[in-house]
Design a binder for this molecule. Structure first.
Ligand code: IMP
Length: 434
């Protein structure tokens, strides 16, 4: 039986990971967020009520689950405070079972101001960030000047360091970006309620996780964003600033690869992306309207309309390799209901050399080559058994397995926790990856 399962997105984010994590989480286990920040938006529907989590691991909504925000995450104390309060309003009390890494870098107001000012200055070359300060916060980490969660423990020292770093950023904001300067004292004042709230949660989360492993606890690692938003493996520079592929889990938690039993790749039955950047199978026609409307393809963090397109199996195969995936979960299958035909991109044609290519080396100058499959008219939403799916939908899933050479272990057929076809539960199958 598997103990430690990682769940991550194989596309450009928004694959529906939150719901999958929520549906696989077992009581008394651990749920871990390991990279990214509150740029993520994990939407869960529990008893008909929609809850969007940005920073707190989705699994924590189950009883007796310990939530961990580990060192790889960039943490905005104010966003964390707001999310804890939002959950309390919905009668989820998590304060005593959420731990945050002492070494996670902070996102503070100057990161947000810098993110927004830079995007403005880039004009038509903007990246389309979420404007949450993610990039600037990771820059501070790499530049070794970040304030980290542990720095919240001593207000006096925090104040001295804040004054210096705000001075550094004010030079850029005012002189280069022509923005207003910011006042470190206001930042500090605004931080105080969140410092009060999270003080007791600050821990060595690597130690907690290894202790959990020692005691045979089950752990779900929840990836944020998707593989092609990865800073190294994504469609650079149109990416986020963390490693959203599997490597980000290892460095972002201090849990080594030998402890991972199963890695689940979550893949939408089609493709979406928010923000700018290459997207070979992007559509601009009625099918785009169908995906947008039926799939409610609007960002859960920024509300922006997501770009949509057919499933890109070339990209998916690459993602499977980069992430050492054990199996796939196909989400939003029901969004394909009612389409006459369904396409899968199986190769790219380079528009300059006209060469056919099945590797995603440069997806900027390519056009997709499609396989066309018959669609289905019946409703698949809410179906919980493979045998209840129409034959065309089963063929579509089988074809994905054939192309990718890994099993589809789960299929999501609707937004609710229980709208799932569970073919093989990642926790209950034999360890198979390492
Ligand atoms: P940043 O992460 O805010 O710096 O944004 C960089 C790029 O990643 C932009 O294209 C965002 O739209 C995208 N992005 C960041 N987080 C998510 C997410 O959770 N889902 C989908 N796209 C995201």
């Amino acid at each position: 039986m598997n103990k430690n399962v990682a769940i991550l997105g194989t596309q450009w984010g928004d694959e529906g990971k939150g719901k999958i994590v929520d549906s696989l989480t077992l009581e008394n286990s651990y749920a871990v967020r390991y990279q990214g920040g509150h740029n993520a938006g994990h939407t869960l529907v529990i008893n008909g009520e929609k809850i969007v989590l940005h920073l707190i691991p989705s699994g924590i909504l189950h009883k007796n689950v310990t939530g961990i925000i580990s060192n790889g995450v960039v943490i905005s104390p104010i966003a964390l405070y707001n999310e804890i309060k939002m959950l309390e309003n919905k009668k989820f009390f998590i304060k005593d079972r959420l731990f945050i890494s002492h070494s996670a870098p902070l996102i503070l107001q100057y990161h947000v101001e810098m993110d927004i000012a830079r995007e403005k200055k880039l004009g038509i070359n903007a990246l389309g960030t979420t404007g949450r300060g993610i990039g600037p916060a990771y820059e501070d980490k790499i530049a070794r000047r970040a304030l980290r969660v542990e720095d919240l423990k001593d207000e006096k020292k925090l104040s001295i360091r804040l004054e210096k770093i705000v001075d550094y950023y004010n030079h850029q904001l005012v002189s280069f970006y022509k923005q207003k300067s910011i006042d470190y004292k206001i930042i500090l004042k605004n931080l105080l309620p969140s410092i009060d709230l999270i003080q007791g949660m600050i821990k060595d989360t690597t130690f907690i996780l290894h202790n959990a492993i020692f005691h045979n606890k089950k752990i779900i690692f929840e990836g944020a964003q998707g593989s092609f938003l990865d800073i190294d493996h994504g469609t650079y520079p149109y990416v986020t600033s963390s490693n959203s592929t599997i490597g980000g889990l290892i460095t972002g938690t201090g849990v080594g690869p030998k402890y991972l039993d199963y890695i689940l790749g979550v893949t939408k039955a089609y493709t979406t992306r928010v923000g700018y950047g290459p997207f070979p199978t992007e559509l601009f026609d009625d099918i785009d309207k169908h995906f947008s409307h039926k799939g409610h393809e609007f960002g859960s963090t920024t509300g922006r309309k997501r770009r949509t397109g057919w499933l890109d199996a070339v990209a998916l195969c690459r993602s499977i390799k980069i992430n050492s995936l054990s199996g796939l979960c196909i989400t939003k299958l029901d969004v394909l209901d009612g389409l006459k035909e369904i396409k899968i991109c199986i190769a790219y044609k380079n528009i300059k050399t006209l060469e056919i290519n099945t590797s995603l080396n440069d997806c900027k100058n390519v056009e997709p080559i499609y396989e066309i499959h018959p669609g289905w008219v019946v409703k698949t939403s809410g179906i919980r058994k493979m045998t209840d799916l129409p034959a065309e939908a089963r063929n579509y899933i089988n074809r994905i397995e054939e192309i990718t050479h890994i099993p589809v272990d789960m299929i999501s057929t609707g937004p609710d926790r229980s709208d799932i076809i569970l073919i093989r539960n990642p926790f209950f199958i034999k360890k198979q990856i390492i």
